[in-house]
Design a protein around this ligand. Sequence first.
Ligand SMILES: [Zn+2]
Length: 399
Amino acid sequence: MTNLLLTNVRPDAGSAGNILIENGRIAAIGSNVTGPDGITVVDGKGAIAIAPFVEAHVHLDKILWGLPWHSINVPDSLRAMIDNEVEIRRSLPWSVAERAGNLMRQCVANGSTHIRSHVDISPEYKLDNLHGVLAAWEKTKHAVDLEIVAFPQLGMLIEPGTAELMEAALDEGASVIGGIDPASVDGDAKGHLDTIFGIAHRKQAKIDIHLHERGELGLYELGLIAERAKALGMQDKVIVSHAFCLGTASRDELARMMDLLAEAGIGIISAVPGDIPFPPMFELADYGVRCAVASDSLRDTWNPHGNGDMLERCWLLSWRSNCRTDAELTAALDMGTKRGADLLDLAGHGLDVGCDGSLVLIEGENQAQIVVDRPKRALVVKRGRIVARDGSWIDGGGV
Ligand SMILES: [Zn+2]
């Protein structure tokens, strides 16, 4: 089903009208728009229509959701949590494909129709996590687009063979090369970055680096990343996830970094952590630095929280950023929708004629109110096909 007429909907909470989707694309929008005889018609009952959410950073291979509650009782240190996860994943009763499929369906039910997922690559895992996530996607690809980051969670230089496996992952479905805390995980910031930039440049892949390192070290590494992006002509192809160092930078340091990030086309993703200073997202956006929010790790051996709902992540940003006006709350919503699409360079995202026929209907008064109240998604449409209704995934998609 790729043809659909939605009646009585309010694009971006504006005036009520109809949206015609033909051959998977928005063909017309307006109060008098109709469709050809026999087209499926859905009454939107005055719901707000928005372009879909973009889940720009998640870990589909790590999810434990659906399994018995997992109690986290390891020290709050990166190495301890890495080792703990490896141990637990050796004996999980469900496959990567089963677990990843669960989370993908949940993301779609909450209105995300594009996911960028990191998958762990290591000599122990080999490419098994990549293959498991791709197997899950075989059953959901009508509802969600997927980008995969080959992620060296266990370290790269300290785990010989990892870089070669990451490069091999690019030939088997991944399109982004990951990195993690270059100095503290691998103990060689320049060596780590030179390796991942080398692979990405050679294979024309994008880059997405987890950077938790704080203070001066984090800022120094952001500088190294920007330097390499510019030298290799990779502007707009590199994202830094978390970048906690920007949350504690002085005004002068922040101004210098924003110049650098904008010039080198480095994007920033934040999961809006609970107790850690995070980048000033709205200030970055106003300055011209591409940025968005995303879920990151959820319901796994790292984090007991999270539910794959990007509207909740937008609310979290608005809460932690003290958004009060309608304009500020609407800007928070954009961080999970339009800005996510811009960050990942998604052609066709939007509610204009010619865009993909993908959208989310939400019952509410306006965009500010839906960020605060987070209503269930009434309908999720992917290229003209209804893939979720009333907050629930529809098996196989349909009407
Ligand atoms: Zn992550």
